[in-house]
Design a protein around this ligand. Structure first.
Ligand code: PRX
Length: 652
């Protein structure tokens, strides 16, 4: 969003004045239950981060205590230097000594309705065995393993098995295409890939192994492929390269010690879109990430012994990494995991599952909430949702009306809502209401958590006052921040630390109000937020331009009722006029190059694209055209004014 875009959003959200105090019954038992407690924690973490985080670190199990809590300065900080720890041990083994041994760790449901419950001791056995499988396949500490799977328990088992032996997992969301998998395999130089024959989505098989096979023609580093039998679909198994999960698991022992790893040992790489260039391999390390996710799960979701917790994200995104796997399991939670679509076999699936498992904490995304609203209140109304005590939202700004619907229809005006702001790069939730103390305002993610010191600044880096829109930055390092972009530390420094000197900045615009509540207003760079997932306009443009008929393309977002932002592509062809058949072909081409999540909503052909005299595409103008707005932008530098008129004439 441009600076003037920010100003516009401020005007539109300023009208929100409703506040919702936490229910007294909730506050009475909350982990953080008074304003004084929050303020004391926040101030201590700001003034004495080493002391604060050292205290927090006693919530983890260590093989060796650290020597130094925090070393270095932004952007290059290290945490718990000298400590030895293992994330898998903290998520699994440490729960085996007490009553949690027989507690459900993962309550899984497949889309067809099959179910599986893994108690902590079952999870331990499966993880140890798969860790031994990885070792047998030649995976060593530090090697990268790609995981490209449906939402089945083996996905969590595979990631924890990597963590157990210090292999670095790189999980790729199952909706990405073969090309995207190949790019990520190559960038990470992955040695092994773990996949499945396929997964279920709206009653259809999503073929994953076929995509893996295609990716391997272009990614030579991968030596072995492990395939989970899920759908029973036909797959080609190449001898000595491809192995069935269930066969490998038959001949390994269930004993495998967790390796004591340096605190700063890499835990995973997760690729995310940036405004320029290829996807960024965000790298997180072990101790700081684990501490961030463990503490925020406790603070924000107020997790208790008897909660049943459900985060509907896919583990292929950071939300699933942090709040299906590491955070909740480290806290010994019972986690619901679901394979399929929310509207299969009908639009009541989520509410049916909440009733069936007596889910108490439910964490989902605004795009899903907007779809629930569209499907109608009669779906949730058919089910008993009285087990719910807390609701969460993540991925994009939640519009106040969606917030109110969530509050009334799902929360039945009883459940606090935590609107959690964070990013792949931050590893853990940064800004969020604390459900026991925060009076929530629909559309605001409220205040920073302890250890998070945000500011809102102008492009020149000046702190701004209440209700002035600016860039959301972090002034202090925090334990779960990304450490680098895999293989490109220079890009890491430039991307996050060069816009506002001395601060971390990852692309969002925001304002704070007179109560210190933060209102995030969306991206200020060329990154789209489609259904809560980041997608770079540049990646979609490169996919389009790789089609032989396309000369040039410009991609912008436009407001979309369900997805938040839709994808609008302006395309100029090498010759001839475009027609509907070519539109379809280009849509298919983008899906094949990136994946279904990047499917364009609109393709508009234009004889040329509007550019400034210096040759830059005027995206702001295109955004106005895509949104059907009259442009208020200055067009004096437009190279060819007639181009704009032509683009408008092509409006559908
Ligand atoms: O623009 C912000 C938006 O999602 C971006 C981060 O995307 P990603 O790394 O894919 O992680 C998504 C899940 C953490 C942010 O830069 N965003 C995320 N949560 C919120 C949000 N925007 C407003 N409010 C939120 N609660």
């Amino acid at each position: 969003m441009s600076q003037s875009g920010i100003q516009k959003s401020i005007e539109s959200v300023l009208r929100e004045t409703r506040t919702f105090a936490p229910p007294a019954t909730f506050s009475a038992t909350a982990h953080i239950n008074s304003e004084q407690q929050y303020e004391a924690m926040w101030n201590r973490a700001k003034d004495d981060p080493s002391g604060f985080w050292a205290d927090m670190a006693s919530n983890l199990d260590w093989f060796r205590r650290w020597d130094t809590v925090m070393q270095g300065h932004m952007p290059d900080t290290k945490w718990f230097v000298g400590g030895k720890i293992n994330a898998c041990y903290n998520c699994v083994d440490r729960h085996l000594d007490g009553p949690n041994r027989n507690k459900a760790a993962i309550i899984w449901e497949g889309e067809p309705g099959d179910t599986r419950v893994l108690r902590y001791q079952d999870l331990h056995r499966e993880v140890c065995k798969f860790a031994n499988v990885l070792k047998k396949l030649g995976v060593q500490t530090g090697d990268r393993v790609t995981i490209y799977m449906p939402m089945v328990p083996e996905l969590a088992i595979a990631m924890l098995a990597c963590a157990r032996i210090g292999a670095v997992h790189s999980i790729i969301f199952g909706g990405f295409s073969a090309d995207a998998v190949a790019d990520r395999n190559n960038d990470a130089q992955a040695k092994v890939i773990v996949t499945a024959d396929g997964g279920w989505r709206r009653g259809k098989e999503v073929p994953l192994k076929v995509a893996v096979d295609a990716s391997l023609d272009k990614s030579a580093s991968v030596e072995k492929v492990v395939v989970v039998r899920r759908t029973g679909g036909d797959v080609d198994m190449i001898p000595d390269r491809d192995f069935w999960w269930h066969e490998l698991m038959e001949d390994v022992s269930a004993d495998c010690d967790a390796v004591p790893l340096d605190s700063e040992h890499p835990l995973f790489i997760l690729y995310t879109s940036g405004s320029t260039g290829k996807p960024k391999g965000v790298m997180h390390t072990t101790a700081g990430y684990l501490l961030g996710t463990t503490m925020t799960t406790r603070w924000v979701f107020d997790l208790k012994e008897d909660d049943t917790y459900w985060c509907t994200a896919d583990i292929g995104w950071v939300t699933g990494h942090s709040y299906i796997c590491y955070g909740p399991l480290s806290n010994g939670a019972s986690v619901v995991m679901y394979e399929g679509a929310p509207n299969w076999p009908d639009e009541g699936r989520f509410w049916e599952m909440i009733e069936k498992y007596r889910v108490s904490i439910f964490y989902t995304a605004p795009t899903a909430i907007r779809a629930f609203i569209k499907w109608g209140n009669h779906w949730p109304e058919k089910h008993d949702l009285s087990s719910l005590r807390l609701l969460g939202s993540v991925g994009e700004p939640i519009n106040p009306e969606a917030w109110m619907w969530y509050h009334k229809i799902i929360g039945q005006e009883r459940c606090p809502i935590v609107d959690t702001w964070w990013q792949t790069e931050t590893g853990a939730i940064m800004i969020s209401p604390l459900p026991g103390i925060t009076a929530t305002k629909p559309g605001s993610c409220a205040r920073p958590l302890p250890g998070v010191v945000p500011d809102i600044v102008s492009r020149e880096g000046q702190s701004l006052g209440p209700n002035e829109g600016g860039l959301l930055v972090m002034r202090q390092p925090w334990p779960s921040m990304l450490r680098t972009l895999y293989g490109d530390h220079d890009r890491f420094r430039k991307t996050y630390f060069s816009d506002v000197p001395g601060c971390y900045f990852a692309g969002d615009g925001a304002r704070h109000d007179e109560d210190g509540y933060i209102w995030v207003m969306g991206r200020v760079d060329d990154v789209l937020n489609v259904s809560g997932h980041r997608l770079s306009t540049m990646e979609v443009e490169s996919a389009l331009v790789s089609h032989p008929k396309v000369a040039e393309a410009a991609v912008v977002g436009f407001p979309h009722e369900i997805k938040g932002e839709g994808i609008c592509c302006f395309v100029s062809l090498k010759s001839g006029d475009g027609d509907d058949a070519l539109k379809k072909e280009l849509i298919g081409h983008v899906r094949n190059s990136i994946g279904a999540l990047a499917t364009p909503d609109q393709i508009r052909f234009a004889p040329s694209l509007p550019k400034t005299r210096s040759g830059k595409i005027m995206r702001r103008l295109l955004r106005d055209v895509a949104a059907g707005r009259e442009s208020t932008q200055d067009t004096t530098t437009l190279e060819d004014l007639s181009v704009l008129a032509k683009l408008r004439a092509d409006e559908e």
